[in-house]
Design a protein around this ligand. Structure first.
Ligand code: ACO
Length: 325
């Protein structure tokens, strides 16, 4: 019988653009306060891409760090899966643009659009290719320039988002890595969280509200908390595991209150949850790989430990991945 193949992490990286926009800076743009933002979201600041700096620029920096940590030749990467809601161009995909930057040719490269769950979707896809022997080394990226689809005059949304990129290299191994992934969607919630227009709909509109994120925050909040605890239980059940076997929760970084509520339902202490939302707000598909990279690089996550990654976002989409580091 052939040995089981797992996807194991061999490198991670993250990149945040230089410019920082604090809550106090936002006080000068809209009617809000540092205190309100901290209390409702846990966010203190966000990073904003410089003029002309694109999603691919951020992704390139994060990917180079992951490649450096893994100590591999980029030419040995045999697939790029790129999660983003803010691609540089309608086409080619940002994955193809990144492939060019990394000097790789020939391997498949494609984007995934599942908004804040994009990275978890991308990990799930990568894992299917690795498990079946179709790919040996896959670069999975989550990168966004959400500042470009944010209405900076709308205080109900502009306080929540920021730009950034995270990258993870997975490699085929006979040692346990990803144990399972679970991805879902329910399109009926379209209007709770969306950008009203796109290349095929109202392309000529100059209305800022058509081109930027609109959200019914309160309703999103409730569905997010319930869905995230449900997916955690689904993941544990699929692996015949119990909550106490999780060492780390690496959640999508949208709102500290969502993260805390989910961790509480799982019975995890604050010390077992990686929180970065205070430093860079919600970066959509970039948030999980950036949090993972931070906790790996600072030594919190140790080899052999069990990590639960989970995310929820527009669509609605939601998903999880359970893995051994
Ligand atoms: N500053 C000051 N006051 C504000 C602001 C602001 N930036 N925004 C809204 N308010 C006011 C509202 O107008 C309202 O005033 P009113 O009572 O006079 O009508 C009051 O604050 C309360 O507003 P709510 O929307 O009820 O506030 P809530 O406690 O729900 O917090 C928030 C809003 C932070 C958006 C919260 O609902 C949330 O985080 N939701 C989740 C949304 C999210 O994270 N989406 C990201 C994508 S999905 C995901 O990644 C999970």
């Amino acid at each position: 019988m052939s040995e089981k193949i797992y996807s194991r992490i061999i490198g991670t990286g993250r990149y945040l653009p230089e410019k920082i926009l604090t809550n106090h800076d936002l006080e000068t743009l809209v009617d809000t306060s540092d205190q309100w933002i901290r209390e409702r979201t846990g966010i203190e600041q966000r990073h904003i891409a410089a003029e002309g700096q694109t999603t691919c620029d951020l992704a390139e920096q994060a990917s180079l760090k992951a490649i450096e940590m893994a100590g591999i030749d980029p030419a040995t990467i045999d697939m790029i899966v790129f999660a983003t809601t803010t691609p540089d161009k309608v086409f080619p995909s940002t994955a193809c643009l990144l492939q060019q930057r990394l000097g790789i040719r020939g391997c498949p490269a494609f984007d995934i659009q599942a908004v804040c769950t994009g990275f978890v979707y991308a990990v799930s896809v990568a894992d299917q290719f690795i498990k079946t022997g179709m790919a040996k080394r896959v670069l999975v990226v989550g990168a966004e320039t959400l500042s470009r689809i944010t209405n900076w005059q709308d205080r109900t949304t502009c306080i929540l988002f920021g730009d950034g990129a995270g990258a993870v290299l997975f490699e085929a191994s006979n040692q346990p890595g990803i144990l399972s992934t679970h991805i879902h969607a329910d399109g009926q919630y379209e209007d709770l969280l969306h950008v009203p227009s796109g290349p095929s709909k109202l392309p000529q509109s100059d209305d800022i509200a058509e081109k930027t994120m609109a959200m019914k925050g309160n309703e999103v909040f409730k569905v997010a908390v319930n869905t995230l605890s449900r997916i955690a239980n689904e993941t544990l059940d699929a692996n015949n595991m119990t909550k106490d076997q999780i060492d780390w929760l690496v959640p999508h970084q949208a709102n500290l209150r969502i993260i805390t509520a989910t961790a509480k339902k799982l019975g995890l202490s604050d010390k077992q949850v990686v929180v970065t939302v205070n430093k860079h707000a919600n970066t959509s598909s970039a948030s999980v790989p950036m949090a993972l990279d931070e906790a790996i690089r600072d030594g919190r996550i140790q080899p052999g430990q069990t990590i639960l990654m989970e995310a929820f976002g527009g669509g609605f989409t939601w998903g999880s991945a359970l893995l051994k580091y």
